[in-house]
Design a protein around this ligand. Sequence first.
Ligand code: IPM
Ligand code: MG
Length: 362
Amino acid sequence: MRWRIAVLGGDGVGPEVMEAALEVLRAAAGRFGHELTTDIQDVGYAAYERSGNPLPEETLAACHDADAVLLGAVGDPRSEEVPVELRPEAALLALRKEMGCYANLRPVRLLPALASVSPLRPEIVKGTDLVIVRELAGGLYYGEPRGPLDDGRAAVDTMKYHQDEVARIARVAFETARGRRNSVLSVDKANVLHSSRLWRRVVNEIAEEYSDVECDHMLVDRAAMELVLNPSSFDVMLTPNLFGDVLSDEAAAVIGSIGLLASASIGGDGGIFEPVHGSAPDIAGTGTANPLAMILSAALLLRHVYSLEAESAAIESAVAQVLEDGLRTADLAGDGEAAVGTAEMGSAVAAAISSEKVSADA
Ligand code: IPM
Ligand code: MG
């Protein structure tokens, strides 16, 4: 198979973790007899600096042309000087919208080798294996009206959902649950927000089409608490855009580091595959960022775009393997433990794949 991937390293640590992920993809292509072709493009502050546009036309065209998009990260402290619509984050939101990606899947699984890295006690975090299904194309991120009011003395954002937007993301959650433990927990703030009452009603309607899947609801504040008290109790968490953004960083901390959390943004054709961590400007250029979230995002791409389960599983097993072997980037290393850099971690994962030490059916 030929993998045609648009590669957008972006800002901060993005290009560094991307390089590691590409090495891993090349190793997977080599082992399984595929061909990888990449179309490397700018996005975010890097693109703005070069062309005055954080999402240049060529980048967008390349994303549409490719089978899928691999994205590193966007965001740069220097962009605070830039008008909001030209900031890196605006480019990411526009790209998601343009690509029709309304569903963002964020798998959160504790890797056994990292049980002691979690800030939670091992007996609490043990068995954590959930996926956040975050609505990505609506809600507070896109609702109108939005913007400054009253000469900047006030401002407004709008949390708005149409029932069709809720129905389509709810279906993604129920379908995802069918491939897992058949349970969906929908998160909202229905005791206060109108948009959440609509959300809950529509989720209940869709649930009737999935009588084999259990459906429950939880208010977002309680969900934030349960996520640290009882993380292993969740299977699929279905969330509106903003709540999913917040809860996924919390969930990342639960399993040890935001440097581990991958994501798949799907719904249109292809999809955008990106780590949940941002550009981490504080460590950009130091070669110390954890590339595993980016590498695991590449594994999600192979699974979702090409249905290559063995290839995807081989990458995931290789990641588990190098962690079992004791390799740690700085975010994962405990006191007195030696840390490897971004490139070394990437090469170790690639080597584990090439050596065929990892089985392809984990
Ligand atoms: C994420 C990020 C983005 C979001 C930012 C960079 C716009 O935090 O993917 O979680 O809020 O969606
Ligand atoms: Mg976020």
